[in-house]
Design a protein around this ligand. Structure first.
Ligand code: NI
Length: 136
């Protein structure tokens, strides 16, 4: 059931918010507010050591000595958290690996940190999301 409430905002802040809404292509203020609230709840879940889901994407040079072995070894240490891995050979040197993760926020962060800090990893980002079970 939808409930309405009124928000009071400083004029300048509201102007900035409307510009943000336009830029992000939200259909209206309500949808933008709902999305922002949900985002902050997702962030809270990650901080509160809840069960989370996410995607780690990394780009690395597979010619780097032993890097491929290290990536595999680390991923095996977190087999409980890894749902699936997709490897794409982008060109002669570079690989893109996308790892779908699910589990305790701390363990998932640890996995991303271990992969990111390997020598030869050029880029490693984690998209943090939520299982959605506590999210409306
Ligand atoms: Ni490859």
């Amino acid at each position: 059931m939808l409930k309405r409430f009124t928000i009071s905002l400083d004029e300048k802040l509201l102007e900035d918010f409307d510009a943000f809404i336009k830029q992000r292509r939200y259909v209206n203020r309500s949808e933008a507010i709902r999305d922002l609230i949900r985002s902050s709840f997702v962030e809270k879940e990650w901080q509160a050591e809840k069960d989370v889901v996410g995607v780690i994407s990394m780009v690395y040079d597979h010619h780097q000595h032993q890097l491929q072995e290290k990536v595999t070894e680390i991923q095996h240490d977190y087999h409980h958290q890894i749902v699936s891995t997709t490897h794409i050979h982008m060109d002669h040197h570079n690989c893109l690996e996308v790892v779908i993760i699910k589990g305790q926020a701390g363990a998932v962060h640890e996995l991303a940190d271990r992969l990111r800090s390997l020598r030869g990893v050029r880029n490693c980002k984690m998209a943090m999301s939520t299982t959605g079970k506590d999210l409306h």
